[in-house]
Structure formats: structure tokens, C-alpha cells
Design a protein around this ligand. Structure first.
Ligand SMILES: NC(=O)c1ccc[n+]([C@@H]2O[C@H](COP(=O)([O-])OP(=O)(O)OC[C@H]3O[C@@H](n4cnc5c(N)ncnc54)[C@H](OP(=O)(O)O)[C@@H]3O)[C@@H](O)[C@H]2O)c1
Length: 263
């Protein structure tokens, strides 16, 4: 797939991975509508895209609100003259042990990470079909494949999202709309600082990829029409180990993440 001239909606584009995706895809000739709640930050990203010669419109949106998403998608289709690509990227972390997790935090994580992408894809699909095809990109997480201790609520929201979008992929097979799932490990953004719950421990020596690296891998994977995308070889390897020897993978995850946020 060639990005040039593609009409692209990116959620969660006000910072982090979404911002990097916006700059990368605009650099490849994509025409953008950017969505997130914080209008000022979103407009700053849109301005950055335009300063570099690209095209971007900021539309403040809360993906957890179905009406807000429908308004954003209508505005996007009018501004761009249609929609070819949806990037479901907006998301929120939740760090808490399952026993102590606040149900209100879990409800919010599900509203943003699971219902948000559902609202977006339900609103965008009629446009993709009208175009005769398109692409839906779901920014999931390794925590959507592997159970990560003290991220149970977040991990559950991402597991459910993968199930939903893999079902959608099967339902759309042969109809011209592709669904690509992306499974980043740890990425160097403010995601942990913005999370719900007990707060993530500061792991100064944690190995993280940059959001720019994630954006580059996603852009190239879409060009190559790949379906399931890992950012690093070691991420894919850990998932393979988890399939072959789940006990061993659990021990790796407990070693990395198993410390209680309360200890
Ligand atoms: N960072 C990581 O280690 C990592 C690893 C794997 C997967 N991911 C996934 O990557 C995606 C992006 O994360 P990030 O690292 O870039 O985090 P981030 O820096 O915290 O950015 C999150 C983005 O989502 C937006 N957002 C949050 N709630 C929203 C809502 N209700 N409606 C609309 N937009 C909303 C935020 O904007 P506003 O606050 O302005 O709304 C922001 O633009 C998420 O889906 C996350 O689960 C991240």
C-alpha cells in the first residue's frame, strides 16, 4: 500500500505514538485528521505537520463517547473527502493488582481501550466500504497477548480488543478492508505517567523503543500489507516462547513485572 494521498484518521494523536505516527504518515504523503481530547496539544501536532508541508486537521474527541466519535468521523470525511485508513491508537494504562483494582478504573480502561476502538471502527467502516476498501490499524500491546502481572485490567482490555479486531478481520475477509494489529512492548512515552491506578514503577534501565521507531515499523508494515506486527524480534520471540512453554514465559514476566505496586 502507498500512503501518498491516503485519507487517514489517527486517534490518540496529541502525543506519544500517535504524534509520531502523524508526523511519519504525513511525511509519506498521507492527509490526516487527528483526534484526542486535549485540543491544544492536538492542534500543536497538526501545526507541526503543516509546518513540515503536510496536511492535518485537529478534531478534539473522546473515543469513549460514541457521539463524540461519530461527530469526529463525519467531520473527517467532510474535511478529507472520504476516509481510507483508521488508526485506532488512543489508549490508557491501568496499573493495579487484580485483587485491589478499582472497578471504576477498570470500567474507564475498557471504555477507552475496547469501546473506543469499537466506536471508531463502526463509524468509519461505512466510508471504507463506500471507497471499495481500506485499512484499519489497531495499536494493541504485547500485554494483549501475554498476561502481565499488576497490569491485569489493562491487559484484559487489550486481550479483548485483539479478539474483537481478529473477528472483524475474519468478517471482512475478501471485502477489501484489511485489519492490521500491532503489538508493541514498552515504548518511551508518557503512557505510564498518564495511567490509571497505582502508578508504574520508575524503571530507569528498562529497555524501551522510541515512538518514532514504532511509527516507522507500522508505516512499513502497512506498505507490505502485513497483518500482525511486532516492533522487535525479541517481542515476537517472547510470544513464541509463551506458546511453546507458557510456564517459562510466565516466569520471565513475573521477573520483569511481578513486583507489587504497593511493596
Ligand atoms: N507506551 C507503551 O509502552 C505502550 C506499549 C504498548 C502499547 N501501547 C499502546 O499505544 C497506544 C498509544 O500509547 P502512548 O504510549 O502513545 O501513550 P500516551 O503518550 O499516554 O498517549 C495516549 C494518547 O491517547 C489519547 N487518549 C487517551 N484517552 C483518550 C480518550 N478517551 N479519547 C481520545 N483520546 C484519548 C491521549 O490524548 P488525550 O489525553 O489528549 O485524550 C494521547 O494522545 C495506546 O493504545 C497504548 O495502549 C503503548
Amino acid at each position: 500500500m502507498d500512503w501518498n494521498g491516503r485519507r487517514i484518521v489517527i486517534t490518540g494523536a496529541s502525543r506519544g505514538i500517535g504524534r509520531s505516527l502523524a508526523l511519519n504518515l504525513a511525511g509519506r504523503g498521507g492527509r490526516l485528521v487527528l483526534a484526542a481530547r486535549s485540543g491544544a496539544d492536538l492542534e500543536a501536532v497538526a501545526r507541526e505537520v503543516r509546518t513540515r508541508g503536510g496536511e492535518a486537521v485537529a478534531v478534539p474527541t473522546d473515543v469513549a463517547e460514541e457521539g463524540s466519535v461519530r461527530d469526529m468521523v463525519r467531520t473527517a470525511a467532510l474535511a478529507l473527502g472520504g476516509i481510507d485508513v483508521l488508526v485506532n491508537n488512543a489508549g490508557v494504562g491501568l496499573r493495579a493488582g487484580v485483587q485491589d483494582m478499582n472497578p471504576a478504573d477498570f470500567t474507564r480502561a475498557l471504555a477507552v481501550n475496547l469501546l473506543g476502538p469499537l466506536h471508531c471502527v463502526q463509524a468509519v467502516l461505512p466510508y471504507l466500504r463506500q471507497q471499495g476498501g481500506g485499512l484499519v490499524i489497531s495499536i494493541s500491546s504485547l500485554a494483549g497477548i501475554l498476561p502481565v502481572p499488576f497490569l491485569g485490567g489493562y491487559s484484559a482490555s487489550k486481550h479483548a480488543g485483539i479478539a474483537l479486531f481478529r473477528c472483524l478481520r475474519a468478517e471482512l475477509a475478501g471485502r477489501g478492508v484489511r485489519v492490521m494489529l500491532v503489538y508493541p512492548g514498552s515504548v518511551d512515552t508518557d503512557f505510564r505517567r498518564n495511567a490509571l491506578g497505582d502508578g508504574y514503577p520508575d524503571r530507569a534501565r528498562a529497555s524501551r523503543v522510541s515512538p518514532e521507531q514504532v511509527a516507522e515499523v507500522v508505516a512499513r508494515a502497512a506498505e507490505a500489507e502485513r497483518q500482525d506486527v511486532f516492533i522487535r524480534r525479541s517481542d515476537r520471540l517472547l510470544v513464541m516462547v509463551a506458546r511453546l512453554a507458557p510456564g517459562l514465559a510466565d516466569r520471565v514476566l513475573i521477573g520483569r513485572y511481578g513486583k507489587s505496586p504497593r511493596s
